[in-house]
Design a protein around this ligand. Structure first.
Ligand code: BES
Ligand code: MN
Ligand code: ZN
Length: 497
């Protein structure tokens, strides 16, 4: 499983002379458009060649300033000019990320290959420069169809114009690490479940950190049984492709904190014996998005050399019905000894997460963050674009929300009601895995809370934003999005200094 190919991206003082496509910005209104990032040389060429000012060219081209709207200002075979809307007002990092993503999609739509693109959006502050770099790379990411014919690469190189400001150049490099990690998560999510299953996912996870300072340990089904991972084994037991637990450890000198991460890695969720209907099952290769996020983010954190210790767990299993499947009403003994009555085989995520959370608390981290495509109920609550954040510690939840804000990933807090555990009573075990149907995201979180002991913990339910069935949106394409990767890196950054 090779890593996805992205264009190479660097910071540049000005648009390089061999540029094929120059992306500039437009803000203001359609009556009074305001040019953003037009280099003086380009302004001169426009004024000489076309006899108009950039603002006039934008107005007559009808270039819209709505974020991500693209207009080809100068077509042809020479230097092509594309304007992208960055919003009427002062552009924020989130708007610039989206705009740069849309612009690179428009470049790919030109029909040429191997283009050199310069993106000039007045992004000379570190935050905006990083956002432009991320957006440009992620707007260029494509999942390559599995086919005998190889797909072309429209964009070869991208220069982000920063006017040579040192902090901005460093931020661009950081953006490259983050976007590369997001693209890797997307790639794992997009791979079909007949190719990416627990064993191959674990192999890919090993390969992913071969050239890094991250050490990796993989527990196979025998090791899982020996250590008592009853949740992962039950969920994964219906498939001939047996489960795995991957553990990454990044332990730099001078670490300021220890963060533990846990990700849900169901490589395909059929619902098990509580089989999903066909429509609901089709996208369930995305059910390993949490695992993809924690693995990819850990690599980016190490690559950036952040002074924070990270221990990441990815629980990998395939949820499939067969005569070896676990059943509704089975009682499972989880890692650490808690017993659980299984309420529904389609509520498999919380079982594989509970085992890994219980294991992660043994490392005594300063905080614990888990990421999972856990509940359809979270999508009912917050829609398809916003992740739910729950936890046992308001500070950790606030820190995650702050990180998501700077990463440009929409997230929103949901409560775990006082006494929620009483909804999970069982007459045959310590706990039941499922609670009432209404508020399903909260009971799932309340279940997980039973396994984190006193460790400050936040839970990210990314069932909505992990996967897009249709409609591209700036840096977000159709398919896996890599949701939570940038938030986790930003969170680690907030603990590293
Ligand atoms: N993987 C699903 C949740 C999901 C749904 C993710 C849609 C992404 C898109 C999860 O395992 C699941 O099936 N949850 C059930 C739980 C229920 C049986 C208590 C759900 O949400 O319906
Ligand atoms: Mn399920
Ligand atoms: Zn699931």
């Amino acid at each position: 499983m090779p890593a996805p190919t992205l264009p190479s991206l660097t910071a540049a003082k000005a648009a390089p002379s061999r540029t094929d496509v120059l992306v500039v910005g437009v803000s203001g209104t359609s009556e009074a458009p305001v040019p953003v990032g037009f280099p003086a040389t380009v302004t001169k060429t426009i004024e000489k060649g076309l006899g108009v000012s950039p603002a006039e060219l934008l107005r007559t081209s009808g270039a819209g300033s709505a974020v991500g709207t693209t207009t080809v200002l100068v077509p042809g075979k020479g230097l092509r000019l594309i304007a992208v809307g960055v919003g009427e007002e002062e552009p924020t990092p989130a708007r610039l990320r989206k705009a740069a993503g849309s612009a690179l999609r428009a470049v790919a739509g030109l029909g040429d290959n191997g283009l050199s693109v310069a993106v000039s959006l007045s992004s000379t502050e570190p935050e905006t420069a990083q956002a432009v770099a991320e957006g440009a790379l992620l707007g260029s990411y494509r999942y390559q169809p599995i086919s005998a014919t190889t797909a072309p690469h429209p964009v070869a190189t991208i220069s982000v114009v920063t006017e040579g400001k040192r902090e901005a150049d460093q931020a661009v490099a950081c953006g490259v690490s983050v976007a590369t990690a997001v693209a890797q998560a997307r790639e794992w999510i997009n791979l079909p479940p007949n190719l990416l299953y627990p064993e191959t996912f674990a192999d890919a996870a090993k390969e992913h950190v071969r050239d890094t300072r991250i050490s990796v340990e993989v527990l196979d089904e025998k090791a899982l049984a020996k250590a008592g991972y009853g949740g992962i084994l039950a969920v994964g037991g219906g498939s001939s492709r047996l489960p795995r637990l991957v553990r990454y450890s990044y332990s730099p000198r001078g670490a300021k904190a220890h963060i533990a991460l846990v990700g849900k890695g169901i490589t395909f969720d059929s619902g098990g014996l509580n089989l999903k209907p066909g429509e609901g099952m089709y996208t369930m290769k995305c059910d390993m998005s949490g695992a993809a996020a924690v693995l990819a983010a850990t690599r980016a954190i190490a690559e950036l050399g952040l002074r924070v210790k990270v221990t990441a767990y990815a629980s990998m299993a395939e949820n499939i019905p067969s005569d070896t499947s676990y059943r509704p009403s089975d009682v499972l003994t989880m890692y650490g000894g808690t017993t659980v009555e299984n309420g529904n085989c389609d509520a498999e995520g919380r079982l594989v997460m509970a085992d890994a959370l219980a294991r992660a608390t043994e490392d005594s981290p300063d905080l614990l963050v888990d990421v999972a495509t856990l509940t359809g109920a979270c999508m009912i609550a917050l829609g398809s674009d916003i992740a739910g954040v729950m936890g046992n510690d308001d500070d950790v939840v606030d820190q995650v929300l702050a990180a998501s804000e700077s990463a440009g990933e929409p997230m929103w807090p949901l409560p775990i009601p006082e006494g929620a555990a009483s909804e999970l009573k069982s007459s045959v075990a310590d706990l039941k895995s499922t609670g009432p149907r209404m508020g399903g995201a909260l009971w799932a979180a309340a279940f997980l809370q039973e396994f984190v002991a006193e460790v400050p913990w936040a839970h990210l339910d990314i069932a909505g934003p992990a996967y897009r069935e249709s409609k591209v949106d700036g840096h977000l394409g159709v398919g896996g999005t890599g949701a939570a990767v940038s938030t986790l890196v930003a969170l680690a950054q907030s603990y590293a200094s």
